[in-house]
Design a binder for this molecule. Sequence first.
Ligand SMILES: CC(=O)N[C@H]1[C@@H](OP(=O)(O)OP(=O)(O)OC[C@H]2O[C@@H](n3ccc(=O)[nH]c3=O)[C@H](O)[C@@H]2O)O[C@H](CO)[C@@H](O)[C@@H]1O
Ligand SMILES: C=C(OP(=O)(O)O)C(=O)O
Length: 464
Amino acid sequence: MDKPLTLLNHIAPSFPVPTLHLHDQVQTLDQKLTINGPSKLSGHVHISGSKNSSLAILAATLCCSGTTKLRDVPNLSDTRAMGSILSSLSAEVEVSGDEVLINADGVSCVEPCRDRVKEIRGGFFVIGPLLARFGEAAVALPGGCDIGSRPVDLFMRGLRALGAIVELRDGKVEARVRNGRRLVAGKFRLDYPSVGATETLMMAACLADGVTILSNVAKEPEVIDLAHFLNNSGAHIEGAGSSKIRILGQSQLHGTECTITPDRIEAGTFLLAAAITRSCINISPVFPSHISSLVHKLQTAGCRIRRSGRDSLEVSAVCENGDRVFRGFNVTTSPFPGFPTDLQPQTMALLTTCNGLSRVEESVFERRMTHVQELQKLGARIDLSGSRALIYGKEKASALVGSELTAMDLRGGAALVLAGLAAEGRTEISAAGHIYRGYEDIDRKLAGLGADIQISSSTASVLA
Ligand SMILES: CC(=O)N[C@H]1[C@@H](OP(=O)(O)OP(=O)(O)OC[C@H]2O[C@@H](n3ccc(=O)[nH]c3=O)[C@H](O)[C@@H]2O)O[C@H](CO)[C@@H](O)[C@@H]1O
Ligand SMILES: C=C(OP(=O)(O)O)C(=O)O
């Protein structure tokens, strides 16, 4: 373990942190997207690196001595916030295009900028690496999409199972290793396969003394991406992608190079964009196995989807005789390999244009239905009861009519973009900054496919 830092003497510098160079343009919440529909899309779209992999791997660089180079880090407000969080700990963060260099050897603080942690869920994940490498951490309760209560109890219990003393005080979680020694290996079974808790405990266990067994863990591709990164940094992790992970702790990890896996949620969103506009497009890079649950549902509806190259997919929803009639389908979200909660709102947008009755049940987050009232403003017929929605589809995509809408969260906002592409006339989406938390250049990418879409900023939008 590196020399422990004294928590009280090392509070985070206040934001903005002057050494930060993470990307140029800063999007703000009060941006507006204007779409003139209905759109026909065609051509190819490039899929960026995964937001959620980037956030976890950026946190994991705190475990590594020396410099780490990450490629394909998307330019998003969430990744910029994570860069600020690392900078607020005095890690060096430098960005050139989509490459990010991080060196955490100079970390002199174990309490990241509270305001930044409160912006994103991934900011909380630094608690694992800080505790494991520096012996203590104090991290504010995190933000992220407002889609449920999103507690951190599994993180706290898991870190206690690795020998840490962990307390919640004044809206932050304070954790330290016993007697200033290393974390010790342990066995911990998660009540629920939480992605963030799995990733955080995996990072912590990499530097713990002995063999840790984590069971009922998340199997998401981002967990596998993080495990690859950590193993390339000298960790010994087995079983990532299954429900049990075994980690042999090391005394230290070293810097490495890593390319972030393509964003499966962005890829899925573009497949849905083609489907809702009854268009044909190509997307790459994408790992089809990461989005097979969506691909299967789209094929059930009547979409043609085929591999068009090693890492590309072609989706065809075009029909020679005007509007293609798609069949509705039912979706219940669940942890991977189930249907991803992060594609639920966008899928619901498509279902408003499919034939017959469809049912959508959100089982991962208890408040992830705020897009429903916005879709209804476009003329969609949806009955909502708690986390269950019944969608009475309209046979024609163009039966939706443009309107003024508000993005309430990231994926709900993306659902409105898709519906706006299909709707007849002008759709204006305010609070579009939510969407830029997770979609790099979404306006430019859709415009490149032929959509009539513009972003406009109010005075609060800034160039850093
Ligand atoms: C930054 C990031 O990677 N975000 C993703 C991550 O979020 P995140 O890691 O927050 O999602 P989790 O898998 O932890 O959450 C799933 C469920 O577990 C609950 N829970 C979680 C932790 C805990 O300590 N206690 C608890 O009860 C949550 O409230 C939620 O109901 O996985 C989600 C599920 O695939 C995705 O929607 C998010 O895009
Ligand atoms: C819920 C999401 O993100 P976060 O966990 O960062 O809020 C998401 O990406 O859809």
